[in-house]
Design a protein around this ligand. Structure first.
Ligand code: ZN
Length: 467
């Protein structure tokens, strides 16, 4: 049995573990009371009193982009309502949905979503949270009510969180007034920073929780408001993560060119000090110069492949970007799927389909695509969280997944083919068996400790929304 007892809960022995230098044998993992790894020792004998992992151990994957409430919409917009169904018509439907969200409903949706994430092997999430106010736009008694519900859902589920309250100020480029159906989202830099302070007071940062901000997009903030927001953030939380939707749609690129005289990524790089604290979500539409400049900046490209495919966004120039040593991570965004394996697979498959080649995103140093993409998404995703969740090494959070070595996608394979099987094969149930966060086993034999109760509450919330 692999049941972790209280006494032995600070260590685990793995016959195989995927460390920063690749697969290693006979690895002892040890962590402290805060759930942070204190030592990772390969090639060691199993101590007699230490629990053994039930299969190969790999680091947990960060999910760098989530809008929790959208989970409840997944599968409900897959029909054509007008001749040109696109991102913008989807957004109208999404706004109608957002208008109906209640605090209790959001809590139940987020709780279920984070359990799904954990079961799928995401051990951290960056929540790009923008539904802040009551449906008529007035403040809740606690202005941070909805964000706090989402933080509480994360903590109850066991997933690590980077909460990014969103500054949504304008309805479009040129500081256009917001639309009526955007009023739940609207803040000024000052009111957003105040909300963030309230939230930090109520739910302080820890090894499982970090804060940052998310200016929604260049169409939703001005140069001045973005500057005010960043200055305010740095006064309280210097160096905290900053995430932004940047170039998801060609219409957005055209509008930016027209009103600002530059493409979105170029505009941002020219005016702000964009570095490794930044995550540019959906850097989909970048030209060759922007691709190289983004890679050089050290910022993380936030790629959300299943959502970008679902919304018909376009294809990011991944090969050129990786060749330029650009950093990226992955996110489940709208949650049409919640599975990092599918995100990595689609990242490679988009390139294969466009180029009519195979193993496009491999390199001469890293010939196995899955391993290269896993390593890069782990590193970039961890940086985007602003938390110490970058793999199995001392000082990082004790977050990992235990694979099922008997699963038909990897059974009888040598270890150097395990990640390929996990990422590219789609055979039956997930090969992820157990999941640990902060050293605690939160998913055991593919079941989360709270899943029945959370699923029942999710269904109640969903039924209320769809009434
Ligand atoms: Zn998004």
């Amino acid at each position: 049995m692999t049941q972790v007892t209280k006494q032995a809960s600070q260590s685990l022995f793995a016959e195989h573990a995927y460390l920063p230098d690749g697969w290693r044998r006979q690895v002892l993992l040890q962590w402290d009371a805060q759930g942070v790894l204190t030592s990772v020792t390969p090639d060691t004998a199993a101590p007699a009193d230490v629990a053994k992992a039930a299969g190969p151990v790999v680091p947990g994957m960060p999910n760098l982009h989530s809008h929790a409430f959208q989970r409840a919409m997944a599968g409900l917009t897959e029909y054509r309502a007008n001749a040109t169904d696109n991102f913008w018509s989807w957004r109208d439907l999404m706004y109608r949905f957002a208008a109906r969200i209640t605090p209790e409903g959001l809590a139940a949706i987020a709780q279920w979503l984070y359990i799904e994430m954990l079961k799928a092997g995401y051990t951290s999430v960056c929540e790009f949270h923008y539904v802040h106010h009551m449906p008529d736009g007035s403040r809740y008694g606690n202005a941070a009510e909805l964000a706090q519900r989402v933080v509480d859902a994360a903590q109850a589920s066991g997933i690590g969180m980077t909460m990014l309250p969103v500054l949504y100020q304008f309805g479009g480029f040129g500081a256009r007034a917001p639309r009526e159906d955007q009023r739940r989202f609207i803040n000024t830099p000052d009111s957003l920073l105040e909300m963030l302070n309230t939230l930090r007071g109520a739910r302080p940062e820890s090894s499982a929780l970090r804060y940052g901000v998310a200016p929604h997009s260049l169409r939703a903030v001005s140069q001045q408001s973005l500057r005010t927001l960043l200055e305010g953030l740095d006064a309280d939380l210097p160096g905290a993560p900053v995430h932004i939707h940047i170039a998801e749609q060609t219409a957005e690129v055209d509008a930016c060119l027209e009103t600002e005289g530059a493409r979105p990524v170029q505009w941002l790089l020219d005016r702000f000090h964009v570095d490794g604290r930044w995550c540019l979500v959906h850097a989909t539409h970048v030209n060759a110069e922007e691709t190289l400049a983004l890679a050089r900046s050290g910022a993380i490209a936030g790629l959300c492949l299943t959502t970008e495919a679902n919304l018909g966004d376009g294809i990011f120039p991944a090969q050129e970007y990786l060749d330029a040593q650009g950093r990226f991570g992955i996110g489940s965004d709208s949650h049409i799927g919640v599975d990092w394996r599918a995100e990595l697979r689609l990242l490679e498959y988009g390139q294969r389909l466009v180029r009519r080649q195979r193993n496009v995103l491999a390199s001469t140093d890293a010939t196995h695509v899955a391993d290269r993409l896993f390593d890069a998404a782990l590193d970039g995703g961890a940086r985007a969280t602003g938390r110490a969740v970058n793999g199995l090494r001392p000082g990082q959070r004790a977050d990992w997944l235990v694979l099922d070595a008997d699963h038909s996608s990897i059974a009888e394979h040598a270890s150097d083919a395990w990640l390929s099987g996990v990422v590219f094969c789609e055979h039956g149930e997930t090969p992820i068996r157990d999941v640990y966060t902060g050293g605690t086993k939160v998913v055991s034999e593919r079941k989360h400790r709270d899943e029945e109760r959370a699923y029942a509450q999710y269904r109640v919330a969903l039924a209320g929304l769809l009434k």
